[in-house]
Design a binder for this molecule. Structure first.
Ligand code: MV4
Length: 452
């Protein structure tokens, strides 16, 4: 096992990883920008290294600084968390070159799956159902033919994109030209790669993902699904497991598909396979996330497996204790609390938290790095806490989520707490019958968003 691990992240996920390290008897080394000098992750770590000024590109994203921090403190491994360098193949290679274990999949796997077209090719070869669309990237003519074959409306997607970045809906043939030029330019500017592909737009659709763990011997454990359809502008707001969209047969088919695909591509460590589930209940692969995800606690609560601990054990060469399907029990719901102002179109609203009362009690977990007096810096993600709740049934978990959200009190900055309360109270959420467009449809009649 490792003696000392660098935590290459900040905020709640850095704290989450430090906790797992300490429980394994491993020393944690934090990195921080000058904006995070007084942050909780710095305080909880055994050592901390300043890696630059507030701007993420000059600190948390700067590979040379992160590697230097690992080297100078004698770390055996690096945990990247999510975001920042978590899915950066160049960073994984830099770790390899410096004999620091990257806690995640190998560089070539990260690189292959980062290219969404290569990922789809690999999935097709493994017999994973895809959304109809182009076989690869192409110029306007190739994409026009693929779009016509799939049928409009289509989605134009950037091969280097993901998570909704560089995506465009094209309603009809005569819009393809303009959309293609704009999307190509945008993707080129954002990713340095303008390559495009098309897919038929699946609608209404649900966003359902499967969590997987793979050890260094190639053993695979699937931990079931997370339903992530409640989102606005590609930011998930509520996640839950199990999903009301899946019956037992479909769930097993999805998990068997993911297990087979993981073996086929030589996947290692924790990963998430994203699918769209159509109105007919059929599932279609969209992408793989080669990292620990924000919503991982939902799967932890229904399986009892500490995913971060398993990531560390796997990276140290230890085998999975169980393979196949992880046993699960009950229902888990996660609500993200963001420092955003609903009165200003959910613009990030950094500032000082004056008062903080976190919910406690049975079945309640809060992952956060903020406390009373914390200054939320404007440079990073606006998510400040995750409320994660477990209970025996979905109805009980919903009641518990409402109870915990009401207990939560944050003063000093606006947050998405009230929006979350409204969503949880909505008949759409309570019925379990919702899709990725439900929140947008709901917004105009939610009390928290009513004009004063
Ligand atoms: C789609 C889709 C519908 N049809 N692809 C968004 C994130 C990225 N992982 C893939 N995404 C989607 N791909 C096809 N062929 C719907 C989404 C999608 C979405 C689209 C618009 C607005 C919100 C969305 C939320 C989740 C998924």
């Amino acid at each position: 096992m490792f003696d000392r691990v660098l935590v290459a992240n900040r905020g709640e996920i850095a704290v989450r990883v430090i906790r797992a390290l300490h429980e394994l008897g491993i020393e944690a080394v934090a990195v921080y920008s000058t904006a995070d000098r007084d942050a909780l992750h710095v305080e909880l770590a055994d050592q901390a290294v300043c890696i630059g000024p507030p701007s993420a590109t000059e600190s948390y994203l700067r590979i040379s600084n992160v590697i230097a921090a690992a080297e100078t403190t004698g770390c055996d491994a690096v945990h990247p968390g999510y975001g920042f360098l978590a899915e950066n193949a160049e960073f994984v290679r830099a770790c390899d070159d410096n004999d620091v274990v990257f806690i995640g999949p190998p560089a070539d796997v990260v690189e292959q799956l980062g290219d969404k077209v290569r990922a789809k090719e690999a999935m097709a070869a493994a017999g994973v159902p895809l959304v109809p669309g182009s076989d690869g990237t192409g110029g306007l003519d190739a994409l026009r033919a693929a779009a016509a074959a799939a049928g409009f409306p289509v989605l134009l997607k950037a091969a280097a994109g993901g998570g909704g970045k560089g995506m465009r809906v094209v309603a009809a043939e005569d819009e393809l030209d303009r959309a293609f030029s704009a999307a190509t330019a945008e993707a080129d500017a954002a990713f340095g790669d303008g390559a495009m592909y098309v897919e038929k737009l699946l609608s209404p659709a649900r966003h359902v993902e499967i969590q997987v763990l793979c050890d260094e011997d190639g053993n695979v454990l699937t931990l079931g699904e997370r339903e992530c359809s409640i989102q606005r502008r590609h930011q998930k707001l509520v996640e839950e497991s199990p999903s009301a969209a899946l019956d037992a047969t479909t769930r097993e088919e999805m998990e068997a598909t993911v297990a087979r695909a993981s073996e086929a591509i030589g996947y290692r460590n924790a990963g998430t396979f994203e699918f769209l589930v159509g109105p007919d209940g059929a599932f279609h692969f969209i992408e793989v996330n080669c990292r620990l995800q924000v919503e991982h606690p939902v799967s932890e609560l229904v399986t009892g497996i500490d995913i971060v601990r398993e990531q560390i054990r796997i990276a140290a060469g230890e085998p999975l204790a169980a393979v196949g399907r992880a046993a699960r029990r009950g229902h888990a719901i996660e609500v993200r609390i963001n420092a955003e102002d609903p009165a200003r179109g959910f613009l990030p609203a950094p500032g000082r938290i004056v008062q903080l009362q976190l919910p406690l009690g049975p079945g309640v977990r809060v992952d956060t790095a903020v406390r009373a007096g914390s200054e939320i810096p404007p440079y990073y993600d606006s998510m400040i806490a995750k409320l994660v709740v477990w209970d025996d049934t979905r109805a009980a978990a919903i009641a518990r989520t409402e109870r915990a959200l009401r207990e939560l009190a944050i003063e000093g900055i606006p947050t998405t707490r009230e929006l979350a309360l409204d969503v949880i109270a909505s008949p759409e959420f309570r019925s379990g019958d919702y899709s990725i467009s439900t929140l947008a449809d709901l917004e105009h009649r939610l009390p928290s968003l009513a004009s004063p």
